[in-house]
Ligand binder design. Structure first.
Ligand SMILES: C[S@@+](CC[C@H](N)C(=O)[O-])C[C@H]1O[C@@H](n2cnc3c(N)ncnc32)[C@H](O)[C@@H]1O
Length: 592
């Protein structure tokens, strides 16, 4: 693990251990702004969590009395984080959910994935955005091609030579939440190493009587609902339905679907064709609870319902689903964004619940030939460049690892060439992995927000029956058209020539154009002018001192900030600083 926090004054560390939640109050300094890290016990089950409401309420009450500048971090299991957050949000402002990689994942209970991440909640007593030092994570290099593990393409000049800014998935460390969380502690001491903080207070709750795991890992309590399955297979034919999801799911019989999936609108003001993505949040979650209950109704016993959302919304889904189904897995999908903001939210939660006890995971106990590749993630440390992957195969380098609940090898759809006219399509590989893991061929999958059809198309290709529901006629027709491509043996996910109109971000797209001077050359020119004037130059200064017409900047860049991107940083090299040095090649263990 290596990070570098600009201008940080590392916080001193004070460790405290408490055996009762009520003891916390006495050791907190209400008159001094401090950063706190509360270390919850590992190994608690969902049943433990369900019994903890009173303790969580008491804990939140204590946090609400801290100094108004305090930062509160909590390291715990994802289900406990989801149960705790509603109490904390009454008194603190939620800032971040960081998924922290844990060393060898525990728990291969029936129907579960090995657990590979803990939740680090970051909240503040103050409103407004999180104040922290600018912290970068050092680049890592692929042992096969020696290039950075992320591909910075033509943008190397806008990245820093040390590393990238942080995202909300900390995979560069391995912690053991039951024994050793040193790397997290060190990072927080630097991250909050700025005024007015001087101390990180680590409060160890691992031996706190009220929080000790009551149940063993193998404890199986009664499912919340009992279901009998007696219907015939439904439906015989796959279908796409152009309708509102609630209306359409009502027509599906109880206990008839093998895998329910939902990638709902996030209510984050996306521009959908036929949906207002900016409704009151209470109404939004009431609506979510309705379709989640309906999905639970149509799901067969022992089968899985998976819902994908941003971590904070997943918390709300968790609370509803935990009342009616059994928690199965909290998959973190690191969608691999390039951090451009201070701490870039880059992951989604895929919450998996089963109806009663889950059946053994089909993809683990009886993987289908040809689907193993979907279930075999890339070992960490290798890059995703297609030519390097091919080369590794040719050289016989084993770059595979085992599937856990931390997914980091599937990119969000990056290139317009792979998009159709829909603002937020999922990458097909994500659906391939989910279907290969949770279903068998010919089983029935349901996606009630089918969009441009990613899941039903993948189901079609993988020989699963499917129902896809989509409210927009336009998206429904796009999906229908793509299914006819599958039926003709064509690939609906192949590269395309047209640029889609729909966009994932509110920033307008610039028209396709020929660049008289490359954008990189313009950005480097801004950097040169910055050196002359001694600060980030204004547009007027670049007009005066620059070598290119200012109109080019206006035409090629979305904002002046983008034009200044290279001037704000040092620029990077894609190869390690000591590349070419023979001892370095030797350390990597691969000969060219
Ligand atoms: C996040 S997108 C799903 C994208 C999809 N996973 C894909 O890869 O194409 C959510 C979709 O839900 C649709 N939608 C919104 N409200 C709906 C409703 N009440 N019933 C059915 N579909 C709805 C939107 O039109 C949008 O296409």
């Amino acid at each position: 693990m290596a990070h570098w926090s600009e201008d940080a004054v590392r916080l001193s560390l004070v460790k405290e251990q408490v055996t009762h939640v009520s003891d916390i109050e006495a050791i907190c300094h209400k008159d001094v702004p401090e950063a706190y890290l509360f270390w919850f016990p590992a190994g608690r089950t969902d049943d433990d969590g369900a019994l903890s409401s009173e303790v969580f309420r008491q804990f939140a009450h204590i946090c609400g009395d801290l100094h108004p500048e305090s930062v509160v971090c909590i390291l715990t299991t994802p289900p406990d984080a989801a149960r705790l957050l509603p109490f904390l949000e009454k008194v603190l402002r939620f800032q971040l959910w960081v998924a922290v990689k844990v060393s060898d994942g525990t728990g291969t209970e029936q129907g579960k994935l090995p657990n590979k991440h803990a939740a680090l909640l970051v909240l503040t007593r103050y409103r407004g955005s999180l104040r922290h030092t600018k912290t970068r994570i050092q680049y890592t290099y692929c042992p096969a091609c020696h290039k950075t593990t992320k591909d910075y393409g033509g943008k190397k000049h806008v990245y820093h030579e040390y590393g990238t800014l942080m995202s909300d998935v900390w995979r560069d460390m391995d912690i053991d939440p039951s024994k050793n969380i040193e790397p997290v502690v060190l990072r927080l001491r630097d991250l909050f190493g700025l005024s007015p903080y001087t101390t990180l207070r680590l409060i160890d709750l691992r031996h706190c009587a009220e929080l000790l795991p009551q149940y063993s890992q193998t404890c199986v309590s009664e499912p919340r609902l009992q279901f009998a399955y007696d219907g015939p297979p439904y439906p015989v034919e796959s279908r796409l339905i152009n309708a509102d999801c609630l209306e359409a799911i009502h027509t599906i019989p109880d206990n008839s679907v093998d895998f329910c999936f939902a990638d709902p609108p996030y209510n984050l003001r996306k521009k959908y064709d036929h949906w207002n993505d900016d409704i009151d949040s209470i109404r939004y979650f009431e609506w979510c609870d309705q379709w989640l209950s309906e999905l639970a109704r149509v799901l067969k016993p022992g089968r899985t319902l998976a819902v994908l959302n941003i971590p904070l919304w997943a918390v709300r889904h968790y609370q509803h689903l935990a009342k009616i189904l059994r928690f199965q897995a909290w998959i973190v999908w690191d969608a691999l964004s390039f951090p451009v903001r201070m701490i870039m939210p880059s992951h989604y939660a895929i919450l998996c619940f089963s109806k009663g006890n889950p059946r053994p995971l089909p993809g683990i106990v009886s993987p289908v030939e040809g689907e193993m590749e979907y279930l075999t993630p890339l070992a960490e440390g290798f890059c995703l460049r297609a030519d390097c992957v091919r080369n590794r195969r040719l050289r016989g380098i084993d770059d595979s690892s085992n599937l856990t609940d931390l997914w980091y090898d599937i990119h969000r759809l990056k290139h317009n060439a792979y998009r159709v006219d829909h603002p937020c399509q999922l990458p097909p590989m994500l659906m391939r992995r989910l279907f290969a893991l949770f279903t068998k061929p010919d089983e029935l999958v349901l996606d009630c927000f089918n969009g441009a059809g990613t899941s039903t198309l993948v189901a079609h290709q993988m020989g699963r029956r499917f129902i896809g529901i989509e409210i927009s006629q336009k998206y429904h027709e796009i999906a229908m058209e793509r299914h006819t491509q599958v039926a003709r043996g064509e690939d609906p996910f192949a590269k395309r020539d047209e640029i889609p109109v729909a966009k994932n971000s509110p920033v307008p797209r610039l028209p396709k154009q020929r660049y008289v001077v490359s954008k990189k050359a313009l950005q480097m020119e801004v950097k040169r002018v910055a050196q002359i004037v001694g600060h980030l130059p204004s547009r007027e200064e670049v007009r005066e001192y620059g070598r290119y017409p200012i109109e080019l900047y206006d035409r090629y860049f979305i904002s002046w900030g983008e034009a200044c991107a290279a001037a704000r940083t040092t620029g990077m090299s894609e190869l390690p600083p000591n590349y070419g040095d023979r001892s370095f090649q030797f350390q990597l263990g691969f000969d060219e």
